[in-house]
Design a protein around this ligand. Structure first.
Ligand code: NAD
Length: 252
């Protein structure tokens, strides 16, 4: 089959389905200027030590790691990023009444900014646009903490209890929110078509939504520039640019 035939077939599956579930990863946001982690230009591919800023134990134990992390957050590419046409394609899919749920590993909130309903987006790895106090659990806008860093605080502490503040994202070594990951697994089991977009499918437990959807009878479509860990169980592999292929299969 040619690439055009494959795209037409996936588009037919989506046209016929009531419940499409999409799982997105960092690759959907690279066209918005946010680098991924493991792609050829990924943050960790270029600088393997960057990973330590995302490790819970070192973040909590080492004040220097926290100071470095706050400096990184000040210049995070998410602050300037705008949704791209792949995000827009998923908004169109929702407006067509097809999008059952949008599970994302991303922490940039570009799906909600593009216009997907917040209650349809399942953020399994949290969001960089909030902070959370590691002591008392209170959450607050990231911008308030960044303003304090800009004003000279190197490692701002919780205003309520003095505890360590961290972005409200899941670091390595940190447990996921059980209710959030359970919801992701449940909606995957309800999918007629599951499309994964821009993820290497190496991160668990979220990648487990793919075998769950497959066992429940869903068609599995994997869209990524590179091979992924779960290519073997896909019905269709779409290899190429997300910005071109996702609008082509979502319709609108
Ligand atoms: P990943 O970095 O492991 O993989 C991204 C994949 O997308 C790569 O295989 C890459 O080749 C592909 N890709 C990148 N741009 C593409 C494009 N334009 N077209 C087609 N393919 C493209 O990403 P992951 O599996 O999501 O895991 C990274 C983890 O890091 C996630 O858990 C996430 O929480 C976090 N993260 C989030 C962001 C964000 O919020 N935007 C950015 C970086 C990392």
């Amino acid at each position: 089959m040619t690439a055009q035939h494959i795209i037409a077939e996936v588009r037919n599956w989506i046209d016929d389905a009531q419940r499409v579930v999409v799982l997105t990863g960092a690759g959907i946001s690279t066209d918005s200027g946010i680098p991924d982690f493991r792609g050829p230009q990924g943050v960790w591919t270029r600088n393997p030590t960057a990973e330590r800023l995302s490790t819970l134990h070192t973040y909590l134990a080492d004040p220097q790691v926290r100071r470095d992390a706050w400096q990184e957050r000040l210049v995070h590419p998410a602050w300037r990023a705008r949704p791209n046409r792949a995000h827009d394609a998923l908004v169109a899919l929702e407006r067509r009444g097809k999008l059952h749920a949008l599970i994302t590993q991303n922490i940039d909130e570009l799906h909600q900014i593009a216009g997907n309903a917040p209650d349809r987006v399942i953020e399994v790895h949290g969001t960089v646009r909030r902070v959370m106090c590691w002591e008392c659990g209170v959450r607050a806008p990231m911008e308030e903490a960044l303003a304090r860093v800009r004003a000279g605080e190197e490692d701002p502490k919780c205003n309520l209890c003095g505890g360590i503040l961290k972005s409200d994202t899941i670091s390595f070594g940190q447990a996921l929110d059980p209710a959030v990951i359970e919801r992701a697994m449940r909606v995957a089991g309800e999918a007629e078509v599951l499309v994964t977009v821009g993820t290497t499918l190496q991160v668990y437990p979220v990648s487990g939504v793919v075998p769950i959807a497959r066992e429940a009878g869903a068609r599995i479509v994997i869209l990524n520039a590179e091979p992924t860990a779960l290519d073997a169980i896909a019905d269709v592999l779409l290899r190429g640019s997300i910005g071109e292929l996702l609008p082509a299969i979502c319709g609108g």
